[in-house]
Design a protein around this ligand. Structure first.
Ligand code: ADP
Length: 489
């Protein structure tokens, strides 16, 4: 896999970006330029065509004044009656109307009804066509395409065909403009591709600069995961800045997990060391001289049994703790009627500890459903009630309450025992934390009960809090969100 990944050729994101922008702008430019080019050249072509049409109309109208078939002399008389008609020489005709037209790249030729040329302002590229109606067509010229119009000339008076008119537009202006425009477009295209490629490259260089910071950090951390290194923060306000922030937060979290993990391992080995040492001590004593002394044998076995039981509890509690961290995933859709569980735990404890006075203050009429696995709610209440029993002094009273808020249900467990000092109240939810280690140990506590309870409740989006004053007792409050529209279960 690794080799395969390595064998893939590395192509910088900057190059890809530059290439992408260049291709993108090339496509856009081609579309826009083509549209402009076509519009412009078509309009130019229309102009040339209308010039030709106009010329044809002007000349044919003038020549139509004759009522007989056209002759060279007749044409001169019609177009310019005041001129000296002896100037008419061959086919070249210089009269104003024709001259003006021929200046504008029009070649005019007039033929008599039999097809004989009577007048010409230039050599025609196309053979005469004796047509019945007006036609304008594109023909292939010597160098490029030309536009040619043919039409019969009808006498205004007799309505007879008196000749034929052929006007050619060599389209030189149009073709020159077309070619110039094409060169300009190609040059602009090259310029745009080059400029956008360069711009893309430099922009990507600027935008992707923070990536190298991320890359260096990831590399350093993959070499040594314990390294306390973070991606340098950039003074920007974009996705990469956000990514860096999230990435650094993730590294912080990872660091915390690693610290917690190693702390957990050291806590656990520390907790296990005492019972193991005690059992070892007793076994050594038995091995040396206790075998023959029934009293020592009895005491040592009893003490060892207590310690093994403690270890068993400790292992079970650690398992509960690690499971409590996954309730969100494994018990997401569990529903429990809170009232039932509270009443059940209350009744169990009343039965288990007859020397205690248990009271339950329940001012909720309807059934309250919360998103929590039933056994987990029970486990939390048992932990709290167990602690209340364990840490009650002379006054053996335990008070449970059940009430509901707007969208939450609140369960209180109160005792009137030794209480917890404010400094310790912050820490009793920490793993393995015990206010009085020796005394708590005597009572069989491992300091895990409250951390399990807290993780369970928080896993179900609830909260657990403590109000306590030293010597006066403690009140633990559990708050859980209610599921309103759920059918009672
Ligand atoms: P443990 O198993 O030792 O009871 P917990 O996590 O349940 O562990 O409690 C942590 C510590 O908090 C206990 O060791 C005890 O010192 C203190 N504590 C818990 N509940 C009470 C209480 N109701 N009154 C006084 N102290 C308490």
């Amino acid at each position: 896999m690794e080799n395969q990944a390595k064998s893939k050729q590395f192509i910088s994101l900057r190059l890809k970006w530059a290439f992408g922008t260049a291709v993108g702008s090339l496509l856009i430019f081609i579309v826009v330029t083509m549209a402009l080019f076509m519009t412009f050249t078509q309009s130019l072509f229309r102009q040339e065509r209308s010039l030709l049409n106009q010329g044809m109309t002007n000349i044919s109208q003038q020549l139509a004044k004759s009522d007989r078939p056209l002759t060279k002399q007749g044409i001169v008389t019609i177009i310019d009656p005041d001129q000296d008609h002896s100037l008419v020489q061959g086919a070249d005709y210089q009269r104003p109307v024709i001259k003006e037209l021929s200046d504008r790249h029009l070649i005019v030729n007039v033929y008599n009804p039999q097809g004989k040329n009577l007048l010409s302002t230039g050599r025609p590229d196309v053979r005469p066509a004796l047509v019945n109606d007006r036609q304008v067509r594109i023909y292939k010229g010597a160098h490029h395409q030309i536009l040619v119009g043919h039409m019969p000339i009808y006498s205004q008076k007799s309505r007879q065909v008196i000749g034929y008119l052929q006007v050619e537009n060599n389209l030189n202006t149009y073709v020159n403009s077309y070619r110039q425009l094409r060169i300009v477009c190609i040059l602009a295209l090259c310029l745009v591709v080059l400029a956008s490629g360069l711009l893309g490259y430099f922009l990507s260089f600027f935008f992707l600069q923070p990536l190298s910071g991320i890359h260096d950090t990831v590399k350093a951390i993959s070499k040594d995961p314990t390294k306390d290194i973070r991606v340098p923060v950039v003074k920007r306000n974009d996705e990469l800045a956000e990514l860096i922030e999230t990435f650094n937060e993730m590294l912080d979290r990872m660091q915390r997990y690693i610290d917690q993990q190693s702390q957990f391992v050291s806590d656990v080995s520390h907790e296990l060391r005492t019972p193991v040492a005690i059992i070892q001590g007793h076994l050594e004593m038995l091995q040396r001289w206790g075998k023959d002394d029934p009293q020592v044998l009895d005491d040592s076995l009893a003490a060892s049994l207590v310690e093994t039981k403690r270890m068993k509890n400790l292992v079970q509690e650690m398992l509960d703790l690690s499971r409590a961290e996954q309730v969100e995933i494994n018990f997401r859709d569990q529903r429990t009627v809170v009232n039932d569980v509270v009443h059940q735990v209350f009744n169990n404890f009343k039965m288990l500890y007859p020397e205690f006075t248990f009271t339950l203050d329940d001012d909720v009429d309807e059934k309250i459903v919360a998103n929590i696995y039933r056994d987990h709610l029970e486990q939390v209440l048992v932990i709290l009630c167990d602690n209340a029993v364990k840490y009650s002094g002379e006054r053996k009273e335990i008070h449970l309450t059940l009430s509901r808020g707007m969208s939450t249900v609140e369960i209180g467990v109160q005792d009137f025992g030794e209480g917890i000092a404010p400094a310790d109240a912050q820490r009793v939810f920490d793993r393995f934390y015990r206010v009085d280690k020796a005394r708590s140990r005597k009572k069989g506590g491992n300091g895990l009960g409250l951390s399990i309870a807290q993780r369970l409740i928080e896993g179900y989006h609830g909260s657990i809090s403590l109000e306590s004053s030293l010597g006066a007792g403690s009140l633990f409050k559990v708050v859980l969100p209610i599921i309103e529209d759920e059918e009672d279960k």
